[in-house]
Design a protein around this ligand. Structure first.
Ligand SMILES: C=C(O[C@@H]1C=C(C(=O)O)C=C[C@H]1O)C(=O)O
Length: 376
């Protein structure tokens, strides 16, 4: 048996050769980038890469090394592409994202739409973000709110996107893909649910509780104590409160913010009934224009990738290579494609940053569909 030190010496020698060859290969890839800059040819050439992988793996001496050669060259070519994207950005060939930077957004004359009715949490989020006196109106559904900004009936919409205990509001993720609308801000508000009934009702009278499914979910522990209550989903928490006031039935209650008691002539039967005492919801501020403010710090994107092993890993490598901090990843099923997913990613950065431009260039070239949802 050969000595360990001797074996390691030999490995070191081979590694030195690999490094030299890698450097040499990278320099040529940089020349390829120059060629592509001059000719306008795309960086990513999947056909060429597939052919290379097939040729190189055919040279393998065993199944084991074949697998390794595949992985190794897949990586080498992925890095070579990333270097080429960098060079394109450095040459000022930033891809036009279509987004316009502004110093600040003018909210003074803005008209804002929210879903629900007076007293809705979206209204509260809106007032926190735009101020108590903002010019607003409400619609029945989130889709209506998206339509309103698409048709320029409103300048901004306020939509819930995620709750700290019940998780994402999936419909609004999907609507962000369906509509050419963009996120320009976000607002987190604390959500405290109350059980609201008629002024002469007592908890013992209640048999049916109306609310939005998200709110019903956020109070699941409270419902464990009242297993016999029927839970009925409606479009919005404030609409549930409105219904109780309208129906005038003593056995009906709503789960909504306690401010709805005054608005709809109801009584707070029990306060703070949500499972998580720190329960909060994050709302997004959406507009129809592709715009972002100069000091925006967060970018949201979404993309679809081929349903193949390693696809997501390769997409995430664009963040790592460009030293970008990813803060969230979420997946949603792609409509009409069973078991295929669209990914939503948030990361720190501004569309002006060259690292961001490098990563976005790579993601756009290597994903099947790609959208920048906003920089805010
Ligand atoms: C270097 C090139 O650019 C990319 C990287 C490749 C590589 O490193 O071998 C191959 C194809 C392209 O996706 C090229 O086009 O040849």
């Amino acid at each position: 048996m050969r000595d360990l030190l001797e074996l390691r010496d030999e490995i070191d020698e081979i590694d030195d050769q690999i490094v030299k060859l890698y450097e040499k290969r990278m320099k040529i890839a940089e020349e390829v980038a120059e060629y592509k800059i001059h000719t306008g040819k795309q960086v990513f050439d999947k056909k060429r890469e597939d052919e290379k992988l097939a040729k190189l793996t055919a040279k393998a001496e065993s199944d084991f090394t074949e697998h390794g050669i595949y992985e190794l060259f897949e990586q080498i070519m992925a890095v070579s592409r990333k270097r080429q994207y960098q060079l394109l950005t450095a040459r000022g060939l930033g891809e036009d994202t279509g987004f316009t930077m502004v110093d600040k957004l003018d909210y003074a004359n803005a008209r804002i739409v929210f879903q629900g009715t007076e007293g809705a949490y979206s209204e509260q989020a809106m007032k926190t973000y735009f101020g108590e006196q903002c010019d607003s109106y409400h619609v029945d559904t989130w889709k209506d709110a998206m339509e309103a900004i698409k048709n320029k009936e409103a300048d901004y919409a306020v939509l819930p996107i995620e709750n700290s205990s019940a998780g994402i509001v999936s419909e609004n993720y999907d609507l962000m893909v369906e509509y050419d609308n963009y996120i320009v801000g976000e607002q987190i508000i604390k959500i405290e649910h109350a059980l609201l009934g008629l002024p002469d009702a007592e908890i013992k009278d209640i048999t049916s509780v109306y609310s939005h499914p998200q709110a019903l979910m956020q109070c699941s522990e409270y419902f464990d104590e009242h297993k016999d209550w029927e839970k009925i989903s409606v479009k919005n928490t404030a609409m549930a409160a409105q219904k109780i006031g309208y129906d005038q039935k003593k056995n009906q209650a709503a789960i909504a913010g306690s401010i709805n008691a005054d608005i709809y002539g109801l009584k707070v039967l029990e306060n703070s009934i949500q499972d998580n005492k720190e329960n909060s919801t994050r709302f997004i501020i959406v507009t129809n224009r592709k715009t972002y403010v100069k000091n925006a710090k967060k970018i949201s994107i979404c993309f679809e990738i081929p349903h193949e092993s390693g696809s997501l890993y390769h997409m995430l490598s664009h963040f790592i290579y460009n030293n970008l901090n990813m803060t969230r990843i979420q997946s949603r099923p792609v409509k009409d494609k069973n078991w295929e997913y669209r990914f939503f990613i948030d990361f720190d950065g501004n569309l002006e940053d060259s690292a961001v431009q490098n990563a976005l260039r790579g993601l756009k070239a290597e994903t099947e569909s790609f959208k920048i949802l906003g920089n805010y």
